[in-house]
Design a protein around this ligand. Sequence first.
Ligand code: SAM
Length: 360
Amino acid sequence: MTEQIRTIDLFAGAGGLALGFQQAELGYEPIFAVEIEPAAARTFKLNFDCRVHDGPIEQVHDYPPAEIIIGGPPCQGFSPLGRDRDDESRAQLNELWQHYLKAVRQVRPKAFVIENVPEFQKSAQFAKLLELLDTDEELKEYGYNYGVLNAADYGVAQRRRRGILVAIRGLKEVPWPPPPTHGPESQDGTPYATLRDVIADLSPTPEITEIGTRPDGGQDLHIRRNPTQKSLERYRAIPEGGNRFDLARNRPDLLPNCWANKPTGTTDVMGRLWWDRPGFTIRTEFYKPEKGRYLHPTADRPITHREAARIQSFPDDFVFEGSKIEVARQIGNAVPPNLAKALAEFVYRLAFATPVTEEA
Ligand SMILES: C[S@@+](CC[C@H](N)C(=O)[O-])C[C@H]1O[C@@H](n2cnc3c(N)ncnc32)[C@H](O)[C@@H]1O
């Protein structure tokens, strides 16, 4: 029988990261999570049936014993090196880091994994974190490596770059990167997962306008929006793979002034996805085509919540709690479970598959 690897998830969100670790079927089991957003905390509790502190991490003083800590503080507030932020946001951020590291120091897990936006790895805060890992008496025990990974390389139908750091107690060198499973860099050249692979079976014309229940009892997230006639005409002017520049060419009369005055840059705005390629980063407002490449490959509408969840590699039986906006935030914030699963396998080989006597 697989031995349980007790897992603590900090800044847990809906639990995309935790789900991937669980899906690896190597024994990872969330036993405690921390999440400030009530709806996301409810989602986590419902899907993992584990204890969740549904409040700020600042309130948590005692962590249960665990073999691994996973998670990453939220994305806002990372200043690139040399560019100063205001004192308040910096202080807030530092505090969150203190709390992640406080958990590591208290629990002394065998491994920990930090996920964040790629920019984080260029920030002054990250430099400080690395310095601590190298010098702090307790954190020095961890060997680590880090880099920016693309979810598409790990079987997710989405180009999504994430900064990942993996630390293992007692291991001098952590190899990098975790071996890609898809795309040209993968061992057997498995092609990237595409939009066609993950959403082609869903109706181009969703019928419901609120989160509902499917005939089979599952959660129905294939939600229609009600665009204005003008929005519909804009969508129609953009072909598969096109963007706002096609709108400017095909229907200049429909081009909003703010775009007309910005002739270069932002090629994903009002972008339409391709059927036979991975999608692009799903953010928290994927239902607004003016915010990114979120138009369905052929239907004249943005992707639905179900499509966004599939592009993030969430299975349909994962249930989200909260309003449409809250669920979209949970989907957009999540680590794609397939990427998390690859990380779980990587960490397992380094930290848990080796007999204890052979390490250090
Ligand atoms: C990037 S999301 C986490 C996504 C998650 N790892 C997943 O895969 O689904 C960061 C989360 O941190 C939560 N958060 C922000 N500040 C927090 C705090 N002070 N204490 C606890 N959670 C916090 C946010 O509500 C958000 O859900």
